[in-house]
Ligand binder design. Structure first.
Ligand code: PAF
Length: 282
């Protein structure tokens, strides 16, 4: 399997694929690959001639240095997982210096307001970091299609906006959330959960389902109060936020309106591990 560690080499590959009119599917990741990532890669394999997977723990999107330091790094087993799936996948795992030079810096973006909601409130600068690395990676990889999971639904909307702002000619494909049997959404951070945290963390998805079942018959305020109560009663999980928001503006709502699409979003801590999840409500 081809593994490239610098942008010069992968750019040379990309140039020859484009010359041969091959379509390029791209799955950007930060590694510690799980079934959710592999589902994105499978989707890319089904719909493109060439699939490139990047593995890069992007320093500019971590507002919390401890989180960056503790982010799982499992490059060798990631490469094994990908090569078991398909030996033709091309892996791009650059160094920070190759991408950013000596001082990793994020571009400041105006994403039209969605960057200030939910994750944006609790992780200042996070979406500037995501926008920056995705812009750089798209410039290197020149993908026709790029694949992102809906677990990071706000990130997905930010990337769609980035493509608009930067006038990039890539199609962004959002893929459904993959869950462990317990209902917990697959996340690289799940590797850091203790057995008891792992046992309790399906509360996040279970409460989201309950919200979906009651959305429209109960008020948004009462649903919020109910969620807060559930988390207060759980010693392992601490709720950071729960919002019901318009799916396109991501602005939280207090009342449901006809003909609009909504999603419910949760961020919670299990110890120092931050977990997020969301669900479409209608
Ligand atoms: O979702 C992720 O893993 C990261 O935010 C991404 C999109 C790879 C950018 O670093």
């Amino acid at each position: 399997m081809q593994v490239h560690h610098n942008k010069r080499d992968i750019k040379a590959d990309v140039a020859s694929f484009l010359k041969e009119n091959k379509t390029i599917g791209f799955v950007p990741t930060m590694g510690a690959l799980h079934q959710g990532h592999l589902a994105l890669v499978k989707e890319a394999l089904d719909n493109n001639d060439i699939v490139i997977v990047s593995i890069f723990v992007n320093p500019t999107q971590f507002n919390n240095p401890k989180d960056l330091e503790k982010y799982p790094r499992t490059l060798e087993s990631d490469i094994h997982l990908l090569s078991d799936l398909d030996k033709n996948i091309i892996v791009f795992c650059p160094t920070s210096k190759d991408i950013y030079g000596d001082s990793p810096t994020a571009i400041h973006y105006d994403f039209g307001g969605i960057e200030h909601e939910m994750e944006g409130k609790f992780r200042p600068g996070h979406f500037d970091g995501v926008g920056t690395i995705i812009k750089y990676l798209f410039e290197i990889v020149s993908p026709h299609k790029a694949y992102f999971g809906e677990k990071d639904f706000q990130q997905l909307q930010i990337i769609r906006k980035l493509v608009e702002i930067e006038k990039l000619s890539v199609e962004i494909i959002g893929c459904q959330i993959y869950r462990e049997q317990s209902g917990l959404a697959f996340s690289s951070r799940n590797k850091r959960l203790s057995p008891i945290q792992l046992k309790e963390s399906p509360l996040i998805y279970n409460t989201l389902i309950e919200i979906k079942n009651n959305f429209g018959t109960k008020s948004v305020v009462s649903l919020k109060n109910w969620i807060e109560e559930q988390f207060k009663n759980n010693v392992e999980l601490e709720l950071e936020y729960f919002e019901i928001a318009d799916s396109s503006t991501l602005k939280s709502i207090t009342k449901k309106e006809e003909n609009k699409k909504y999603r419910a979003f949760i961020a919670a801590f299990a110890g120092d591990v931050r977990l997020i999840d969301n669900i479409a409500l209608n």
